[in-house]
Design a protein around this ligand. Structure first.
Ligand SMILES: [Zn+2]
Length: 163
């Protein structure tokens, strides 16, 4: 199944959050059984479409939780530097990992959870820097260098991840 390629950081996160969930009054239970596979329990396990549908919803929900948590971990450093509180949105994008609008909306690609954690943090910190400096100018770069001195390595690694 196409979910087998996830990297370890996402699985570690998922293991902390395993529990029974309900969807449209039909119960189901999903939990990672090891670092590569999930177990899915539901009343009609032969309904493969239903299993896929549940996995997509469940994956997307947990991907958002992971990204939101990483953003919240980095945010205080930026608030201290005068950044406004951003609004976080998610979208599955083909070409971009993230963006930040002039209205302080940070958009993150949910596919980002397939990347190593250090790359996820790079994208998040980059977008958070835009809350302080909208353009890629020298002030932007010096802030990014201060907060994430090895950002270029992280960026290079991220470029090897296929969406
Ligand atoms: Zn940028």
């Amino acid at each position: 199944m196409f979910f087998s390629g996830f990297l370890f950081n996402f699985f570690s996160f998922l293991k902390e959050s395993r529990r029974e969930e309900k969807y449209n009054s039909n119960w189901y239970n999903i939990c990672p059984s090891n670092d590569r596979f999930f177990e899915v329990e539901l009343p009609d396990p032969n309904n493969r479409n239903r299993v896929c549908e549940l996995m997509v919803k469940w994956y997307s929900k947990h991907a958002k939780q992971l990204l939101e948590k990483r953003l919240q971990d980095w945010l205080p450093q930026f608030i201290r530097r005068g950044a406004p509180e951003p609004e976080l949105r998610f979208r599955r994008m083909q070409k971009r990992w993230g963006s930040c609008t002039k209205n302080n909306v940070i958009m993150l690609n949910t596919e980002l959870v397939k990347a190593p954690l250090q790359c996820i943090d790079y994208v998040i910190v980059h977008e958070l820097c835009h809350l302080v400096y909208p353009k890629h100018d020298t002030r932007f770069r010096s802030l990014l260098n201060r907060i994430l001195p090895d950002w270029e390595k992280r960026k290079a690694r991220l470029e090897r991840v296929v969406i």
